[in-house]
Design a protein around this ligand. Structure first.
Ligand code: PLP
Ligand SMILES: N[C@@H](CCOP(=O)(O)O)C(=O)O
Length: 544
Protein backbone atom coordinates (compact mmCIF):
# COMPACT_ATOMS: atom_id res chain seq x y z
CA UNK A 1 0.00 0.00 0.00
CA UNK A 2 1.28 3.50 -0.78
CA UNK A 3 2.20 5.60 2.23
CA UNK A 4 -0.56 7.92 3.35
CA UNK A 5 -0.47 11.10 5.44
CA UNK A 6 -1.05 10.63 9.18
CA UNK A 7 -4.76 10.35 9.92
CA UNK A 8 -6.07 12.93 12.44
CA UNK A 9 -9.51 14.40 13.13
CA UNK A 10 -10.77 17.99 13.35
CA UNK A 11 -14.02 19.75 14.25
CA UNK A 12 -16.46 20.85 11.54
CA UNK A 13 -16.90 24.13 13.40
CA UNK A 14 -13.36 25.45 13.50
CA UNK A 15 -10.09 25.54 15.34
CA UNK A 16 -6.71 24.35 14.08
CA UNK A 17 -6.46 21.58 16.63
CA UNK A 18 -6.47 18.02 15.34
CA UNK A 19 -7.07 14.94 17.46
CA UNK A 20 -5.91 11.34 17.24
CA UNK A 21 -8.51 8.65 16.57
CA UNK A 22 -8.49 7.73 20.27
CA UNK A 23 -9.03 11.34 21.38
CA UNK A 24 -11.77 11.91 18.79
CA UNK A 25 -13.63 8.75 19.87
CA UNK A 26 -13.37 9.48 23.59
CA UNK A 27 -14.29 13.18 23.15
CA UNK A 28 -17.29 12.38 20.94
CA UNK A 29 -18.52 15.90 20.26
CA UNK A 30 -16.02 18.76 19.85
CA UNK A 31 -16.10 21.42 22.60
CA UNK A 32 -17.22 24.02 20.02
CA UNK A 33 -20.27 21.89 19.19
CA UNK A 34 -18.77 20.55 15.95
CA UNK A 35 -18.41 16.95 14.80
CA UNK A 36 -15.07 15.32 14.13
CA UNK A 37 -14.11 14.45 10.58
CA UNK A 38 -10.89 12.96 9.18
CA UNK A 39 -8.14 15.25 7.90
CA UNK A 40 -8.21 13.43 4.56
CA UNK A 41 -10.03 10.64 2.77
CA UNK A 42 -7.52 7.79 2.54
CA UNK A 43 -6.77 5.88 -0.67
CA UNK A 44 -7.86 2.28 -1.11
CA UNK A 45 -5.13 -0.24 -1.93
CA UNK A 46 -4.86 -0.64 -5.71
CA UNK A 47 -5.85 -4.32 -5.56
CA UNK A 48 -8.82 -3.95 -3.19
CA UNK A 49 -11.40 -5.26 -5.65
CA UNK A 50 -9.66 -8.61 -5.97
CA UNK A 51 -7.98 -8.95 -2.58
CA UNK A 52 -11.04 -8.01 -0.51
CA UNK A 53 -13.61 -9.93 -2.57
CA UNK A 54 -13.47 -13.13 -0.51
CA UNK A 55 -12.83 -11.66 2.93
CA UNK A 56 -15.14 -12.34 5.85
CA UNK A 57 -16.97 -9.38 7.37
CA UNK A 58 -14.47 -9.01 10.25
CA UNK A 59 -11.54 -9.22 7.82
CA UNK A 60 -13.12 -6.61 5.55
CA UNK A 61 -13.82 -4.47 8.58
CA UNK A 62 -10.17 -4.65 9.59
CA UNK A 63 -9.01 -3.56 6.13
CA UNK A 64 -11.31 -0.54 6.06
CA UNK A 65 -10.94 0.53 9.69
CA UNK A 66 -7.17 0.40 9.53
CA UNK A 67 -7.26 3.06 6.80
CA UNK A 68 -8.57 5.43 9.48
CA UNK A 69 -6.91 4.05 12.64
CA UNK A 70 -3.11 4.23 12.69
CA UNK A 71 -1.33 1.21 14.20
CA UNK A 72 0.33 3.37 16.83
CA UNK A 73 -3.17 4.10 18.15
CA UNK A 74 -4.38 0.48 17.97
CA UNK A 75 -1.86 -2.21 16.98
CA UNK A 76 -3.03 -4.63 14.29
CA UNK A 77 -3.57 -7.66 16.57
CA UNK A 78 -5.55 -5.59 19.06
CA UNK A 79 -7.77 -4.08 16.35
CA UNK A 80 -8.43 -7.55 14.94
CA UNK A 81 -9.40 -8.82 18.39
CA UNK A 82 -11.76 -5.90 18.98
CA UNK A 83 -13.41 -6.47 15.60
CA UNK A 84 -13.67 -10.25 16.04
CA UNK A 85 -15.26 -9.84 19.47
CA UNK A 86 -17.71 -7.28 18.08
CA UNK A 87 -19.04 -9.49 15.27
CA UNK A 88 -18.97 -12.80 17.16
CA UNK A 89 -22.30 -11.74 18.70
CA UNK A 90 -24.13 -11.71 15.35
CA UNK A 91 -26.57 -14.46 14.34
CA UNK A 92 -25.60 -14.43 10.65
CA UNK A 93 -22.11 -15.53 9.53
CA UNK A 94 -22.25 -12.82 6.84
CA UNK A 95 -23.11 -10.28 9.58
CA UNK A 96 -25.05 -8.08 7.10
CA UNK A 97 -26.45 -10.51 4.48
CA UNK A 98 -28.18 -9.50 1.25
CA UNK A 99 -31.58 -10.93 0.40
CA UNK A 100 -32.84 -10.75 -3.16
CA UNK A 101 -36.30 -9.22 -3.55
CA UNK A 102 -36.49 -8.66 -7.32
CA UNK A 103 -34.51 -9.21 -10.53
CA UNK A 104 -32.15 -6.33 -9.70
CA UNK A 105 -33.39 -5.61 -6.20
CA UNK A 106 -31.84 -6.55 -2.89
CA UNK A 107 -32.34 -5.81 0.77
CA UNK A 108 -29.31 -5.66 3.04
CA UNK A 109 -30.43 -7.06 6.40
CA UNK A 110 -28.58 -5.13 9.05
CA UNK A 111 -30.44 -6.55 12.03
CA UNK A 112 -28.70 -9.81 12.85
CA UNK A 113 -27.00 -8.40 15.95
CA UNK A 114 -28.02 -8.62 19.62
CA UNK A 115 -30.75 -5.95 19.53
CA UNK A 116 -32.16 -6.72 16.07
CA UNK A 117 -31.33 -3.32 14.51
CA UNK A 118 -28.52 -1.90 12.37
CA UNK A 119 -27.09 0.04 15.30
CA UNK A 120 -25.49 -3.14 16.62
CA UNK A 121 -22.95 -3.15 13.78
CA UNK A 122 -21.34 0.02 15.10
CA UNK A 123 -22.25 -0.15 18.78
CA UNK A 124 -20.88 -3.61 19.45
CA UNK A 125 -17.63 -2.23 18.07
CA UNK A 126 -17.81 1.11 19.91
CA UNK A 127 -18.48 -0.61 23.25
CA UNK A 128 -15.36 -2.74 22.82
CA UNK A 129 -13.39 0.28 21.66
CA UNK A 130 -14.30 2.35 24.73
CA UNK A 131 -13.39 -0.59 26.98
CA UNK A 132 -10.07 -1.05 25.17
CA UNK A 133 -9.02 2.61 25.43
CA UNK A 134 -10.08 2.96 29.07
CA UNK A 135 -8.56 -0.38 30.02
CA UNK A 136 -5.25 0.61 28.46
CA UNK A 137 -5.23 4.04 30.14
CA UNK A 138 -6.16 2.64 33.54
CA UNK A 139 -3.61 -0.18 33.27
CA UNK A 140 -1.01 2.55 32.68
CA UNK A 141 -1.96 4.20 35.98
CA UNK A 142 -4.77 6.56 34.99
CA UNK A 143 -8.01 6.47 36.92
CA UNK A 144 -10.51 7.33 34.20
CA UNK A 145 -14.22 6.74 34.09
CA UNK A 146 -16.51 7.50 31.18
CA UNK A 147 -20.07 8.74 31.63
CA UNK A 148 -21.80 7.91 28.38
CA UNK A 149 -24.85 10.06 27.67
CA UNK A 150 -26.86 9.27 24.57
CA UNK A 151 -30.22 10.04 22.99
CA UNK A 152 -32.43 7.51 21.32
CA UNK A 153 -35.62 7.30 19.34
CA UNK A 154 -35.56 3.61 20.18
CA UNK A 155 -32.79 1.61 18.54
CA UNK A 156 -29.52 3.35 19.43
CA UNK A 157 -30.45 3.09 23.11
CA UNK A 158 -30.72 -0.68 23.33
CA UNK A 159 -27.77 -1.27 20.99
CA UNK A 160 -25.59 1.06 23.10
CA UNK A 161 -26.74 -0.59 26.31
CA UNK A 162 -25.96 -4.05 24.93
CA UNK A 163 -22.59 -2.76 23.72
CA UNK A 164 -21.65 -1.21 27.07
CA UNK A 165 -23.44 -3.23 29.74
CA UNK A 166 -21.10 -4.34 32.52
CA UNK A 167 -18.04 -2.72 30.94
CA UNK A 168 -15.68 -1.56 33.71
CA UNK A 169 -15.22 2.20 34.33
CA UNK A 170 -18.23 3.08 32.15
CA UNK A 171 -21.74 4.16 33.09
CA UNK A 172 -24.40 4.79 30.48
CA UNK A 173 -27.42 7.11 30.55
CA UNK A 174 -29.82 6.74 27.64
CA UNK A 175 -32.41 9.48 27.14
CA UNK A 176 -35.54 8.66 25.18
CA UNK A 177 -38.71 10.66 24.48
CA UNK A 178 -41.29 9.34 26.93
CA UNK A 179 -44.08 7.53 25.09
CA UNK A 180 -42.42 7.70 21.67
CA UNK A 181 -40.59 4.38 21.40
CA UNK A 182 -42.16 1.01 20.65
CA UNK A 183 -42.98 -1.36 23.56
CA UNK A 184 -40.29 -3.84 22.48
CA UNK A 185 -37.66 -1.12 22.09
CA UNK A 186 -38.47 0.09 25.59
CA UNK A 187 -38.42 -3.44 27.00
CA UNK A 188 -35.03 -4.10 25.36
CA UNK A 189 -33.55 -1.10 27.14
CA UNK A 190 -35.34 -1.30 30.46
CA UNK A 191 -34.83 -5.02 31.15
CA UNK A 192 -31.03 -4.89 31.18
CA UNK A 193 -30.14 -5.44 34.85
CA UNK A 194 -26.50 -4.30 34.81
CA UNK A 195 -25.65 -1.73 37.45
CA UNK A 196 -23.95 0.67 35.01
CA UNK A 197 -27.13 1.20 32.93
CA UNK A 198 -29.65 4.06 33.39
CA UNK A 199 -32.65 4.30 31.07
CA UNK A 200 -34.11 7.81 31.24
CA UNK A 201 -37.58 8.81 30.00
CA UNK A 202 -37.58 12.53 29.24
CA UNK A 203 -41.14 13.70 29.72
CA UNK A 204 -42.87 15.87 27.13
CA UNK A 205 -40.04 15.55 24.64
CA UNK A 206 -39.14 14.22 21.22
CA UNK A 207 -35.88 12.79 19.86
CA UNK A 208 -34.60 16.22 18.78
CA UNK A 209 -35.07 17.48 22.35
CA UNK A 210 -33.22 14.49 23.83
CA UNK A 211 -30.40 14.89 21.32
CA UNK A 212 -30.22 18.59 22.13
CA UNK A 213 -29.92 17.88 25.87
CA UNK A 214 -27.02 15.54 25.11
CA UNK A 215 -25.26 18.19 23.01
CA UNK A 216 -25.84 20.88 25.62
CA UNK A 217 -24.27 18.70 28.32
CA UNK A 218 -21.27 18.01 26.07
CA UNK A 219 -20.86 21.75 25.42
CA UNK A 220 -20.92 22.54 29.16
CA UNK A 221 -17.17 22.46 29.75
CA UNK A 222 -17.44 22.12 33.56
CA UNK A 223 -20.02 19.34 33.51
CA UNK A 224 -18.17 17.52 30.73
CA UNK A 225 -14.81 17.73 32.50
CA UNK A 226 -16.32 16.69 35.83
CA UNK A 227 -18.03 13.58 34.45
CA UNK A 228 -15.87 12.80 31.39
CA UNK A 229 -18.78 12.46 28.98
CA UNK A 230 -18.71 9.91 26.19
CA UNK A 231 -20.95 9.78 23.08
CA UNK A 232 -22.60 6.72 21.56
CA UNK A 233 -24.77 8.55 19.05
CA UNK A 234 -23.61 8.88 15.48
CA UNK A 235 -22.01 12.19 16.42
CA UNK A 236 -19.18 9.84 17.44
CA UNK A 237 -16.94 9.28 14.42
CA UNK A 238 -16.42 5.60 15.29
CA UNK A 239 -20.13 4.98 14.62
CA UNK A 240 -19.84 6.24 11.05
CA UNK A 241 -16.57 4.46 10.48
CA UNK A 242 -17.89 1.03 11.49
CA UNK A 243 -20.94 1.47 9.24
CA UNK A 244 -18.85 2.13 6.11
CA UNK A 245 -17.92 -1.55 6.08
CA UNK A 246 -21.30 -2.96 5.14
CA UNK A 247 -21.51 -0.93 1.95
CA UNK A 248 -18.36 -2.76 0.81
CA UNK A 249 -19.79 -6.03 2.07
CA UNK A 250 -22.95 -5.49 -0.01
CA UNK A 251 -20.85 -4.73 -3.07
CA UNK A 252 -18.98 -8.01 -2.78
CA UNK A 253 -22.15 -10.01 -2.08
CA UNK A 254 -23.71 -8.85 -5.38
CA UNK A 255 -23.11 -10.82 -8.58
CA UNK A 256 -20.03 -9.24 -10.17
CA UNK A 257 -21.87 -7.93 -13.26
CA UNK A 258 -24.30 -5.99 -11.05
CA UNK A 259 -21.80 -4.39 -8.69
CA UNK A 260 -20.71 -1.21 -10.39
CA UNK A 261 -24.21 0.14 -11.04
CA UNK A 262 -25.49 -0.18 -7.51
CA UNK A 263 -27.73 2.44 -5.90
CA UNK A 264 -28.18 2.27 -2.16
CA UNK A 265 -31.48 3.39 -0.62
CA UNK A 266 -31.19 4.35 3.04
CA UNK A 267 -34.06 4.93 5.49
CA UNK A 268 -32.80 8.12 7.09
CA UNK A 269 -33.21 10.00 10.35
CA UNK A 270 -30.01 11.27 11.94
CA UNK A 271 -28.14 10.91 8.61
CA UNK A 272 -25.47 8.61 10.08
CA UNK A 273 -26.16 5.48 8.08
CA UNK A 274 -26.31 7.21 4.72
CA UNK A 275 -23.26 9.33 5.54
CA UNK A 276 -21.31 6.10 6.03
CA UNK A 277 -22.40 5.17 2.48
CA UNK A 278 -21.21 8.54 1.24
CA UNK A 279 -17.79 7.97 2.83
CA UNK A 280 -17.70 4.56 1.10
CA UNK A 281 -18.33 6.37 -2.20
CA UNK A 282 -15.63 8.95 -1.48
CA UNK A 283 -13.20 6.13 -0.64
CA UNK A 284 -13.83 4.81 -4.13
CA UNK A 285 -16.56 2.18 -3.81
CA UNK A 286 -18.27 2.20 -7.21
CA UNK A 287 -21.90 3.20 -6.86
CA UNK A 288 -24.35 5.49 -8.58
CA UNK A 289 -26.20 7.63 -6.06
CA UNK A 290 -27.44 7.30 -2.54
CA UNK A 291 -31.17 7.72 -2.03
CA UNK A 292 -32.23 9.45 1.19
CA UNK A 293 -35.56 7.91 2.23
CA UNK A 294 -37.39 10.00 4.83
CA UNK A 295 -40.74 9.58 6.51
CA UNK A 296 -43.12 12.53 6.95
CA UNK A 297 -40.40 14.28 8.99
CA UNK A 298 -39.02 15.43 5.70
CA UNK A 299 -36.55 18.27 6.37
CA UNK A 300 -33.84 16.43 4.41
CA UNK A 301 -36.09 15.68 1.44
CA UNK A 302 -37.00 19.38 1.32
CA UNK A 303 -33.32 20.36 1.43
CA UNK A 304 -32.29 18.07 -1.44
CA UNK A 305 -35.24 19.38 -3.47
CA UNK A 306 -34.96 23.09 -2.67
CA UNK A 307 -31.55 23.86 -1.17
CA UNK A 308 -33.31 25.32 1.88
CA UNK A 309 -32.66 23.65 5.22
CA UNK A 310 -35.71 24.51 7.30
CA UNK A 311 -36.96 22.87 10.45
CA UNK A 312 -40.58 23.45 9.48
CA UNK A 313 -42.27 23.80 6.13
CA UNK A 314 -44.60 26.52 7.39
CA UNK A 315 -44.83 29.77 5.43
CA UNK A 316 -43.36 32.74 7.26
CA UNK A 317 -45.86 35.20 8.66
CA UNK A 318 -45.15 38.96 8.94
CA UNK A 319 -41.51 38.30 8.26
CA UNK A 320 -41.28 36.09 11.35
CA UNK A 321 -39.47 32.77 11.23
CA UNK A 322 -41.64 29.67 11.75
CA UNK A 323 -42.14 28.89 15.40
CA UNK A 324 -39.65 26.41 16.71
CA UNK A 325 -41.51 25.86 19.97
CA UNK A 326 -38.42 26.48 22.03
CA UNK A 327 -37.90 26.47 25.71
CA UNK A 328 -34.18 26.00 26.15
CA UNK A 329 -31.74 27.00 23.42
CA UNK A 330 -28.65 24.97 22.70
CA UNK A 331 -25.38 25.56 20.94
CA UNK A 332 -26.19 23.87 17.68
CA UNK A 333 -29.35 25.38 16.35
CA UNK A 334 -31.51 22.76 17.96
CA UNK A 335 -34.01 23.43 20.71
CA UNK A 336 -34.52 21.46 23.89
CA UNK A 337 -37.80 20.45 25.48
CA UNK A 338 -40.36 21.67 22.98
CA UNK A 339 -43.62 22.88 24.45
CA UNK A 340 -45.27 21.23 21.47
CA UNK A 341 -43.27 19.16 19.11
CA UNK A 342 -42.70 19.90 15.44
CA UNK A 343 -41.57 16.31 15.01
CA UNK A 344 -44.44 14.19 13.75
CA UNK A 345 -45.06 10.81 15.35
CA UNK A 346 -45.09 8.34 12.43
CA UNK A 347 -45.21 4.58 11.84
CA UNK A 348 -41.40 4.65 11.56
CA UNK A 349 -40.68 6.24 14.95
CA UNK A 350 -36.91 5.69 14.99
CA UNK A 351 -36.76 8.18 12.10
CA UNK A 352 -38.92 10.81 13.79
CA UNK A 353 -36.12 13.34 13.71
CA UNK A 354 -35.95 16.78 12.15
CA UNK A 355 -32.46 18.01 12.92
CA UNK A 356 -30.10 15.30 11.76
CA UNK A 357 -26.75 15.55 13.54
CA UNK A 358 -24.68 14.03 10.80
CA UNK A 359 -26.00 16.30 8.13
CA UNK A 360 -23.51 18.79 9.58
CA UNK A 361 -20.63 16.55 8.45
CA UNK A 362 -21.96 16.50 4.89
CA UNK A 363 -22.53 20.26 4.99
CA UNK A 364 -18.88 20.81 5.89
CA UNK A 365 -17.79 18.79 2.85
CA UNK A 366 -20.25 20.66 0.61
CA UNK A 367 -18.99 24.00 1.92
CA UNK A 368 -15.42 22.83 1.36
CA UNK A 369 -16.14 21.70 -2.18
CA UNK A 370 -17.67 25.05 -3.10
CA UNK A 371 -14.75 27.09 -1.68
CA UNK A 372 -12.19 24.86 -3.40
CA UNK A 373 -14.11 25.17 -6.68
CA UNK A 374 -13.94 28.94 -6.20
CA UNK A 375 -10.12 28.72 -6.25
CA UNK A 376 -9.07 28.08 -2.63
CA UNK A 377 -6.50 25.37 -1.89
CA UNK A 378 -7.93 22.35 -0.03
CA UNK A 379 -5.91 23.30 3.11
CA UNK A 380 -6.96 26.97 3.17
CA UNK A 381 -10.46 25.84 2.23
CA UNK A 382 -10.72 23.88 5.47
CA UNK A 383 -11.05 26.92 7.74
CA UNK A 384 -13.24 28.74 5.21
CA UNK A 385 -15.58 25.76 5.20
CA UNK A 386 -15.61 25.76 9.01
CA UNK A 387 -16.55 29.45 9.02
CA UNK A 388 -19.26 28.94 6.42
CA UNK A 389 -20.66 26.04 8.43
CA UNK A 390 -20.69 28.15 11.60
CA UNK A 391 -22.60 30.88 9.76
CA UNK A 392 -25.16 28.36 8.50
CA UNK A 393 -25.64 26.87 11.97
CA UNK A 394 -26.05 30.30 13.56
CA UNK A 395 -28.64 31.24 10.97
CA UNK A 396 -30.48 27.99 11.53
CA UNK A 397 -30.46 28.59 15.26
CA UNK A 398 -31.66 32.19 14.91
CA UNK A 399 -34.24 31.80 12.14
CA UNK A 400 -35.18 28.13 12.13
CA UNK A 401 -34.05 27.87 8.51
CA UNK A 402 -31.09 28.59 6.28
CA UNK A 403 -30.83 28.88 2.50
CA UNK A 404 -27.72 27.04 1.37
CA UNK A 405 -27.93 28.18 -2.23
CA UNK A 406 -27.88 26.64 -5.68
CA UNK A 407 -24.18 25.69 -5.67
CA UNK A 408 -24.47 23.68 -2.49
CA UNK A 409 -27.69 22.08 -3.67
CA UNK A 410 -26.02 21.11 -6.97
CA UNK A 411 -22.97 19.71 -5.13
CA UNK A 412 -25.27 17.58 -2.95
CA UNK A 413 -27.21 16.36 -5.99
CA UNK A 414 -24.08 14.71 -7.41
CA UNK A 415 -24.24 12.05 -4.73
CA UNK A 416 -27.81 12.06 -3.37
CA UNK A 417 -31.42 12.35 -4.13
CA UNK A 418 -34.25 12.12 -1.64
CA UNK A 419 -37.74 10.67 -1.42
CA UNK A 420 -40.39 11.36 1.22
CA UNK A 421 -42.63 8.46 2.15
CA UNK A 422 -45.96 8.94 3.91
CA UNK A 423 -47.36 6.73 6.65
CA UNK A 424 -49.97 5.29 4.26
CA UNK A 425 -47.28 4.41 1.73
CA UNK A 426 -45.24 2.79 4.48
CA UNK A 427 -48.11 0.46 5.42
CA UNK A 428 -48.86 -0.29 1.75
CA UNK A 429 -45.22 -1.25 1.19
CA UNK A 430 -45.20 -3.65 4.15
CA UNK A 431 -48.26 -5.27 2.61
CA UNK A 432 -46.75 -5.38 -0.88
CA UNK A 433 -43.63 -7.17 0.34
CA UNK A 434 -45.69 -9.67 2.28
CA UNK A 435 -47.50 -10.45 -0.98
CA UNK A 436 -44.37 -10.74 -3.18
CA UNK A 437 -44.73 -13.83 -5.30
CA UNK A 438 -41.33 -15.02 -6.45
CA UNK A 439 -39.27 -13.52 -3.62
CA UNK A 440 -41.83 -13.44 -0.80
CA UNK A 441 -43.57 -13.48 1.46
CA UNK A 442 -41.20 -11.10 3.21
CA UNK A 443 -42.20 -9.20 6.34
CA UNK A 444 -40.33 -5.91 6.64
CA UNK A 445 -40.31 -3.34 9.41
CA UNK A 446 -41.77 0.15 8.77
CA UNK A 447 -38.33 1.83 8.45
CA UNK A 448 -37.25 -0.68 5.83
CA UNK A 449 -40.64 -0.12 4.18
CA UNK A 450 -39.88 3.61 3.92
CA UNK A 451 -36.69 2.65 2.08
CA UNK A 452 -38.48 0.18 -0.17
CA UNK A 453 -41.20 2.68 -1.09
CA UNK A 454 -38.44 5.19 -1.96
CA UNK A 455 -36.73 2.49 -4.00
CA UNK A 456 -39.94 1.72 -5.93
CA UNK A 457 -40.19 5.37 -6.93
CA UNK A 458 -36.49 5.65 -7.70
CA UNK A 459 -36.51 2.65 -10.04
CA UNK A 460 -38.61 4.72 -12.42
CA UNK A 461 -35.98 7.49 -12.43
CA UNK A 462 -32.86 5.44 -13.01
CA UNK A 463 -32.94 2.57 -15.48
CA UNK A 464 -30.61 -0.41 -15.34
CA UNK A 465 -29.42 0.08 -11.77
CA UNK A 466 -28.93 -2.53 -9.09
CA UNK A 467 -30.90 -1.56 -6.00
CA UNK A 468 -29.83 -2.27 -2.46
CA UNK A 469 -32.18 -0.99 0.23
CA UNK A 470 -30.86 -1.06 3.77
CA UNK A 471 -33.13 -2.98 6.14
CA UNK A 472 -32.48 -1.21 9.40
CA UNK A 473 -34.55 -3.18 11.91
CA UNK A 474 -36.30 -6.51 12.36
CA UNK A 475 -40.11 -6.24 12.00
CA UNK A 476 -40.65 -7.69 15.49
CA UNK A 477 -39.54 -4.38 16.96
CA UNK A 478 -42.50 -2.53 15.43
CA UNK A 479 -45.55 -4.69 15.99
CA UNK A 480 -48.21 -1.99 15.73
CA UNK A 481 -47.27 -0.85 12.20
CA UNK A 482 -46.66 -4.39 10.95
CA UNK A 483 -49.95 -5.69 12.38
CA UNK A 484 -51.84 -2.68 11.06
CA UNK A 485 -50.43 -3.25 7.58
CA UNK A 486 -51.10 -6.98 7.55
CA UNK A 487 -54.33 -7.21 9.58
CA UNK A 488 -56.34 -8.10 6.49
CA UNK A 489 -53.98 -10.96 5.55
CA UNK A 490 -55.66 -13.98 7.11
CA UNK A 491 -52.52 -16.11 6.75
CA UNK A 492 -50.42 -13.70 8.86
CA UNK A 493 -49.83 -14.14 12.56
CA UNK A 494 -47.37 -11.74 14.18
CA UNK A 495 -46.46 -13.91 17.17
CA UNK A 496 -45.97 -16.99 15.06
CA UNK A 497 -44.41 -15.48 11.93
CA UNK A 498 -42.32 -12.60 13.22
CA UNK A 499 -41.66 -12.48 16.95
CA UNK A 500 -38.42 -14.21 17.99
CA UNK A 501 -38.55 -16.08 21.29
CA UNK A 502 -35.82 -13.86 22.73
CA UNK A 503 -37.96 -10.74 22.26
CA UNK A 504 -41.15 -12.47 23.41
CA UNK A 505 -39.54 -13.16 26.79
CA UNK A 506 -38.86 -9.47 27.43
CA UNK A 507 -42.53 -8.81 28.09
CA UNK A 508 -42.56 -10.63 31.42
CA UNK A 509 -39.21 -9.32 32.68
CA UNK A 510 -38.77 -6.60 35.27
CA UNK A 511 -38.23 -3.17 33.73
CA UNK A 512 -36.59 -0.08 35.23
CA UNK A 513 -36.69 3.49 34.02
CA UNK A 514 -36.00 6.94 35.48
CA UNK A 515 -38.50 9.66 34.54
CA UNK A 516 -37.13 13.19 34.36
CA UNK A 517 -38.16 16.64 33.14
CA UNK A 518 -35.87 18.38 30.63
CA UNK A 519 -32.18 19.09 30.74
CA UNK A 520 -32.11 19.95 34.45
CA UNK A 521 -33.72 16.62 35.29
CA UNK A 522 -30.99 14.79 33.36
CA UNK A 523 -28.24 16.81 35.05
CA UNK A 524 -29.71 16.15 38.49
CA UNK A 525 -29.98 12.43 37.84
CA UNK A 526 -26.37 12.13 36.68
CA UNK A 527 -25.13 14.15 39.68
CA UNK A 528 -27.17 12.03 42.10
CA UNK A 529 -25.87 8.80 40.59
CA UNK A 530 -22.29 10.03 40.75
CA UNK A 531 -22.71 11.03 44.40
CA UNK A 532 -23.96 7.50 45.08
CA UNK A 533 -27.45 8.69 46.07
CA UNK A 534 -29.25 6.84 43.29
CA UNK A 535 -28.71 3.30 42.00
CA UNK A 536 -30.30 1.59 39.02
CA UNK A 537 -32.39 -0.58 41.29
CA UNK A 538 -36.10 -0.87 41.46
CA UNK A 539 -36.24 1.18 44.69
CA UNK A 540 -34.81 4.19 42.89
CA UNK A 541 -36.02 3.69 39.35
CA UNK A 542 -39.69 3.52 38.49
CA UNK A 543 -40.88 0.05 37.58
CA UNK A 544 -43.09 -0.29 34.53
C1 PLP B 1 -34.73 1.34 12.43
C2 PLP B 1 -34.06 2.59 12.01
N1 PLP B 1 -34.04 2.91 10.72
C3 PLP B 1 -33.45 4.04 10.28
C4 PLP B 1 -32.86 4.92 11.16
C5 PLP B 1 -32.20 6.14 10.61
O1 PLP B 1 -30.81 6.02 10.61
P1 PLP B 1 -29.90 7.31 10.71
O2 PLP B 1 -30.27 7.98 11.98
O3 PLP B 1 -28.51 6.82 10.73
O4 PLP B 1 -30.22 8.14 9.53
C6 PLP B 1 -32.88 4.64 12.53
C7 PLP B 1 -32.29 5.52 13.55
O5 PLP B 1 -31.39 6.19 13.45
C8 PLP B 1 -33.45 3.43 12.95
O6 PLP B 1 -33.43 3.09 14.23
N1 LIG C 1 -32.90 6.40 15.24
C1 LIG C 1 -31.96 6.56 16.28
C2 LIG C 1 -31.75 7.98 16.66
C3 LIG C 1 -30.35 8.20 17.14
O1 LIG C 1 -29.50 8.21 16.07
P1 LIG C 1 -27.95 7.95 16.12
O2 LIG C 1 -27.70 7.07 14.95
O3 LIG C 1 -27.34 9.27 16.03
O4 LIG C 1 -27.59 7.28 17.40
C4 LIG C 1 -32.39 5.67 17.43
O5 LIG C 1 -33.02 4.68 17.15
O6 LIG C 1 -32.15 5.93 18.57
Amino acid sequence: MSSQPEMRYFSTRGGDETLSFEEAVLTGLAPNGGLYIPTHIPSLPSDWQTRWATLSFPELSHEILSLFIPTDIIPTTDLKQIIDASYSTFRSPLVTPLRQTGADEYVMELWHGPTWAFKDVALQFLGNLFAYFLGRRNAAGADEELTVVGATSGDTGSAAIYGLRSKPSISIFILYPDGRVSPIQLAQMATVPDSNVYVVAVENSDFDACQSIVKTLFSDADFNAKHRLGAINSINWARILAQIVYYFSAYFQLPSEKRDKVQFVVPTGNFGDILAGWFAKKLGLPMRQLVVATNENDILERFFRTGRYAREDAPEENGQAPETAAVNGSSDGQQATPAHSAVKATHSPAMDILLSSNFERLLWYLAHETVVEAGESPEAGRSKAQKTLNDWMSTLKRDGHVDLGEKVKAAAAKDFWAERVSDDETLAEIKRYYQLEQYGPYVVDPHTAVGLAAQARSVKKSADSTWVTLSTAHPAKFSSAVELALESSSSFNFDRDVLPEELRQLESMEKRIFKVQGEQGVRDLIEQVKRGEVHPTKEHAGSI
